[in-house]
Ligand binder design. Structure first.
Ligand code: DCP
Ligand code: MG
Length: 373
């Protein structure tokens, strides 16, 4: 049942994942293991192995059918010795001792738990671990810990925002955001991005991109949207970042950094009725409050960067990384969320649609649902 497995995969940062056993879909078992190994490498600041495991996970996820022997994966890219060793263990013993060891590791467990809180990154998590803290309760009761605003919201809404957001919930939020944005600026362009644009059934948040048809008119737009959400009584938390966009520094070809557009990281209150109205679905039936908190990201690039921002924010992270590597290595071009720079011609290539960007790169257009690398 691939959808179910993908659901688990996409929320695995937030929930303990399935126990590894030979369940008939070996690549997915190993994919889950590779994700955990990547995460563990990230906690150890081992960037190379982390990336290698993420790439391996991505390749394994794309395999359409069961694999019963190592020979079947011969010749596939990105499956290094460490991933093959995990696969061999699972084929031989029905489990991976290496991965089980990591799962039982106290530090791994603590860092995974701490980084599952909105606003807590690996560095803070490590700091807390070194202070001997092991549970969320211990953090909340430790008098010497100063949480910042984002972390306080992360703890306050933890049980809601660590729960996966469904497609129906994303759709309901889309209606709210659309109404809000168009109430302020009827000619604004709005797009759902992130995992939901790639057709995923579940996500950890809902991402939107908005812009105005005229350059510069997008300035201040997000602040109006935030005010309007506040007026509607559905804004639970907001972290706004103004634009630090500087045309003269283009393109930076960043691989991991955020882009420079104005954006806001929100927590919104979504009423159960609004979701039911969309799809007739129930939220958590055990939840009698009738609403839940959902993480929402809004990004507002200027219109001439819109196609690049849409491509970047649609992801997946791995797809974006691969595309940027391809641009650089195969085309001598630098791609980021702002622009595409041709190093040979020494100029930025214009694009109004994602199709234009793929065409500049000499690639066939890849639909969003095909970008789940
Ligand atoms: N993105 C990126 N680099 C970042 C943040 C985001 O490249 N530092 C891009 C890739 C992501 C997309 O933006 O696919 C949206 O970010 P999310 O973290 O929301 O990821 P997804 O929407 O893909 O997954 P999820 O279901 O976890 O929300
Ligand atoms: Mg997302």
């Amino acid at each position: 049942r691939p959808v179910r497995v993908e659901t688990r995969h996409c929320i695995q940062v937030r929930e303990p994942v399935v126990r590894v056993s030979v369940c008939g879909h070996l690549p997915l078992c190993v994919c889950v293991c590779a994700c955990e190994l990547a995460e563990s490498s990230e906690f150890n600041e081992s960037k190379g192995p982390c990336l290698a495991f993420r790439q391996a996970a991505s390749v394994l996820k794309s395999l359409p059918s069961a694999v019963h022997c190592l020979e079947a994966i011969q010749g596939l890219p990105c499956l290094g010795e460490n991933t093959k060793a995990v696969m061999e263990e699972i084929l031989t013993f029905g489990r991976s001792f290496k991965v089980e060891e990591i799962r039982c590791d106290e530090r791994y467990q603590a860092l995974k738990l701490f980084t599952s809180v909105f606003g807590v990154g690996p560095k803070t998590a490590e700091k807390w671990y070194r202070r001997g803290l092991r549970s969320l309760q211990e953090i909340l009761t430790e008098p010497n810990i100063q949480l910042n605003r984002m972390q306080r919201a992360g703890f306050l809404y933890y049980s809601d925002i660590s729960k996966a957001v469904s497609k129906a919930e994303a759709k309901a939020l889309g209606c709210i955001i659309e109404e809000t944005v168009h109430w302020i600026a009827p000619d604004a362009t709005l797009a759902l991005t992130g995992g939901f644009r790639r057709g995923k059934e579940y996500g950890h948040d809902v991402d939107f991109l908005l812009t105005m048809p005229e350059m510069g008119k997008e300035e201040g737009l997000l602040l109006h949207v935030i005010d309007r959400l506040k007026d509607q009584g559905i804004l639970l938390y907001c972290e706004y970042q103004g634009s630090t966009f500087d045309v003269s520094k283009l393109p930076s070809c960043r691989f991991e950094d955020m882009d420079c557009f104005q954006k806001c990281f929100l927590i919104l209150r979504l009423e159960q009725g609004q979701v039911e109205g969309e799809r007739g679905l129930q939220m958590d039936p055990g939840d009698s409050r009738g609403w839940r908190a959902v993480r929402v990201d809004l990004v507002a690039p200027p219109v001439d960067c819109y196609a690049f921002a849409l491509l970047g924010w649609t992801g997946s992270r791995q797809f974006g990384r691969d595309l940027r590597t391809f641009a650089q290595k195969e085309r001598q071009m630098l791609l980021d969320n702002h622009a595409l720079y041709d190093k040979t011609k020494k100029l930025c290539l214009l694009a109004t649609t994602e199709e234009d960007i793929f065409a500049h790169l000499g690639l066939e257009y890849v639909e969003p649902w095909q970008r789940n690398a």
